[in-house]
Design a protein around this ligand. Structure first.
Ligand code: MSP
Length: 532
């Protein structure tokens, strides 16, 4: 069994969860579930980032102590994970003692090694971004970009981490690990960033300016810079499970790739003598109805409320179907409804209803055995007779191989397109075979074809539901239950060296023969858009 450690970014608790947070968790969950089905031993971490200026300010604005504020907002993030069917194994909060202990131990180690030094610093500081700025951050006319908010010049004595010392090492590391960042064009972004000399990283904040943080172990007059604290969460969570280090995949948004995850983090680990993560996946950003999401203008989707209205799997489906990871995407509500009706209700929902309905009408609710094996159908004797069965059978075989490949490459949106294309092929098969016509005939040949077609339809659904498991786990379970079927925990041992399927669960067969199906199943009740 291979270990697979996957994480999401930990969210700031200065506001409630939004669609971007929901998406990232669902995306990581899809990967975690896929790896488990492939037989890996997965450890999946998510959590919240609770220190720093923004949280301190938000708590002050509410007039409550920061810890109480964090407790309240963290609970919302935790509840969102449950609501979205996220299969995380751990939920970390950076205010937990287990985390503070690790951060302090790592800081002390770096300090003892001489990787951290104290120096006077005079520079321009952005309170909003909690960072010192450089001349290169200015607009050509000398003004500061809006994202920095108010910028003031300050002088401070602070502690610095020797980031610059490791620049050459990082450049070499990226050359050797071409796939460190996914998608590829973002790795290029990191390389371009490293074309300029790195500055050492200021990792302390004087307590007069910021109290809400982890005190430096070697100088209690300072707290730790929030990014230095936050990145360490990935290590904290597995400190007692060393078999999971290094992490296999950090799932994050494109805004926090350079420099935190692709520069600070690998260098911090390297300086500590720890191996860097295997890969970082940086997804694009969501806009809503064509505009930047914003609570103040009302251009906002509450993910939990959305899941309540339309079902969590409809939301998961839409987000994964719509976003190609390398690009940004728009959460258009019109597009959501279009996909909901055409793809979920009319295609998959309809297929499930037909299978149940016809098995009940024409086989007393018991899935019949197909009349012939696939090999027999292909034989000379029946030449041409079972062409439709063959098309269906081959379509499912093909989509299984394609999907495994697409899931491996994080091409989930195209995986869903092929899968739903194959559900459509199955619906077309049903229309061609028209079991409702065969059911009226009493000839043995028609009765045999009817049994075969019912078996083929049900088996298509069993395989399709299996392939849906990573993305729509609840829906897959409902389909299995309706077919009276319990799938294996994993798909099987994996692909062999010829990339051939050895995955028992995905092999075409007759496992459903004699199963009693449900009367009906409602997967996607057609809902009209509800007023917000
Ligand atoms: N606390 C830091 C991360 C520390 S990781 C050691 C942070 N938090 S955040 O709450 O601002 O963002 C959390 C994640 O949500 C980030 O990966 C970010 O890219 C993602 N998203 C925030 N807004 C988003 C969209 N509009 N769309 C998609 N993802 C977005 O950064």
């Amino acid at each position: 069994m291979k270990n697979f450690y996957i994480t999401t970014a930990i969210d700031y608790v200065n506001g409630s969860p939004h669609l971007g947070h929901a998406y990232e968790k669902v995306l990581a969950d899809v990967i975690a579930r896929f790896r488990r089905l492939m037989g890996d031993k997965v450890f999946f971490l998510t959590g919240v980032d609770e220190h720093g200026q923004k949280v301190q300010q938000s708590a002050r604005a509410r007039g409550i102590p920061p810890q109480q504020f964090c407790d309240e907002v963290s609970a919302e993030f935790r509840a969102l994970c449950v609501k979205l069917d996220i299969s995380n194994d751990d939920f970390i909060r950076t205010t937990e003692p287990r985390h503070k202990t690790v951060v302090r131990a790592l800081l002390q180690k770096l300090f003892d090694q001489g990787e951290i030094y104290r120096a006077e610093y005079r520079g321009f500081y952005s309170t909003r971004q909690e960072q010192f700025l450089q001349d290169k951050d200015r607009h050509p006319d000398g003004s500061w970009p809006e994202i920095y908010g108010e910028v003031t010049e300050i002088t401070e004595s602070n502690y610095f981490f020797r980031l610059s010392k490791y620049q050459a090492w990082l450049v070499g590391f990226l050359k050797e690990n071409e796939h460190f960042v996914f998608p590829r064009h973002r790795q290029q972004q990191v390389i371009e960033f490293l074309a300029e000399p790195l500055n050492d990283l200021c990792i302390s904040r004087p307590k007069e300016r910021l109290e809400w943080g982890i005190p430096l172990p070697f100088d209690e007059g300072y707290v730790t810079y929030v990014w230095f604290d936050a990145l360490v969460n990935y290590y904290t969570a597995v400190v007692d499970k060393p078999e999971f280090w290094p992490a296999n995949l950090h799932v994050i948004g494109k805004d926090i790739l350079v420099p935190p995850h692709a520069v600070y983090w690998p260098i911090m680990l390297h300086a500590l003598g720890l191996p860097p993560p295997k890969q970082v996946l940086a997804h694009g950003w969501w806009s809503i109805n064509g505009k930047k999401m914003s609570k103040s203008t009302g251009n906002f989707v509450e993910p939990a409320a959305f899941a309540d209205n339309y079902g969590v799997d409809a939301l998961r489906y839409f987000m994964i179907r719509e976003m190609s990871i390398g690009q940004d995407s728009d959460f258009s509500e019109a597009q959501f409804h279009a996909r909901y009706n055409a793809e979920l209700a009319n295609n998959l929902g309809n297929l499930v209803n037909r299978v149940l309905n016809m098995t009940n009408r024409f086989a007393a609710g018991v899935i019949p055995a197909p009349e012939l094996t696939v090999d027999e159908m292909l034989s000379e004797e029946f030449k041409g007779k079972y062409e439709d069965e063959m098309v269906l059978r081959l379509s499912w075989g093909l989509v299984c191989t394609q999907l495994i490949g697409a899931y491996e490459k994080f091409e989930f949106h195209s995986a869903l397109a092929s899968l739903f294309g194959t559900f459509a092929v199955t619906n077309t098969y049903i229309e061609k075979r028209a079991p409702w016509k065969l059911g009226k005939s009493t000839t043995p040949a028609d009765q045999a074809l009817l049994r075969t077609s019912l078996a083929m339809m049900a088996e298509s659904l069993r395989i399709g539901a299996n392939l849906l498991r990573p993305i729509m786990p609840g829906t897959a379970d409902k389909i299995f239950a309706a077919l009276g079927y319990t799938p294996q925990v994993t798909w099987g041992p994996g692909l062999d060296e010829n990339q051939k399927m050895r995955m028992k669960e995905l092999e075409w067969g007759t496992r459903l023969t004699s199963n009693k199906v449900a009367e009906s199943a409602i997967l996607f009740p057609r809902t009209e858009p509800k007023a917000k």
